[in-house]
Design a protein around this ligand. Structure first.
Ligand code: DX5
Ligand code: ZN
Length: 221
């Protein structure tokens, strides 16, 4: 699949999401951060906002659910139009059943891991998934500092994914910028979320391009 850049709209202008999405036509996906004030100490948006944006944006939507009880709520995000739905494995009661349900409804199924959650216990789940998201900050807020302590887990996730041979994407999220993306790519990530780096830039589309080129230069070297 190669490198994919999936900008987070968390730091975009929430009053103008359609216009903000149109500023980054080269983005592969729009990463939408759903927070419920239970799983994380912040509250953002839900399925109705994703449904509205999916109807007007040219890019598909990558919904990152930082919510309690994803078993109950995740399927409604597929119905709302998300092309990829990521649930946190720490919050899922039955991740295999949930991943199958997301796929059966027609979206890509993805599992996210907080910085302190190891990947090894979930190795056998990988064939049920289309993507693994390794968080590189504690989830809840944009603009936090990248946690280098997550790099070894990205490497281990890459090894496990390669062993399954299923072609899962490996996404990183949190503090990804021109300064940190090389480390992530070197460790084996191929799908990059960047919020403040993209929407804090004068030219978000140029930043998407630069992030892609920087990551690609590492993975091809
Ligand atoms: C954090 C979110 C991230 C965040 C990324 O909980 O999941 O998607 O918005 O923003 P930056 O790139 O600013 O860390
Ligand atoms: Zn996110």
């Amino acid at each position: 699949m190669g490198i994919q850049i999936t900008p987070s709209l968390l730091n975009a202008d929430f009053a103008n999401l359609e216009a903000e999405a149109a500023r980054i036509p080269g983005a592969d996906w729009l990463h939408m951060d759903v927070m419920d004030n239970h799983f994380v100490p912040n509250l953002t948006l839900g399925a109705p906002v994703i449904e509205a944006l999916s109807k007007v944006a040219s890019q598909p939507i990558d919904a990152h659910l930082m919510i309690a009880d994803p078993d109950r709520w995740a399927p409604s995000f597929v119905e709302a139009g998300a092309g990829s739905v990521t649930f946190h494995v720490e919050a899922a009661a039955a991740p295999v059943r949930l991943a199958r349900e997301i796929r059966a409804k027609g979206a890509r199924a993805s599992m996210a891991l907080k910085p302190a959650t190891p990947i090894e216990p979930y190795e056998d789940l990988l064939p049920e998934l289309d993507m693994v998201l390794v968080m590189t900050v504690e989830p809840g807020f944009g603009g936090q500092k990248f946690l280098d302590l997550c790099l070894p887990k990205i490497r281990r996730a890459r090894e496990l994914i390669d062993n399954t041979g299923g072609g899962l994407w490996l996404q990183v999220d949190g503090g990804v910028s021109l300064e940190t993306i090389e480390r992530c790519a070197e460790a084996g990530a191929d799908t990059f979320v960047a919020g403040s780096a993209v929407f804090g830039a004068d030219d978000p589309e140029a930043m998407v391009r630069s992030l892609r080129e920087t990551a690609a230069s590492v993975s091809s070297s």
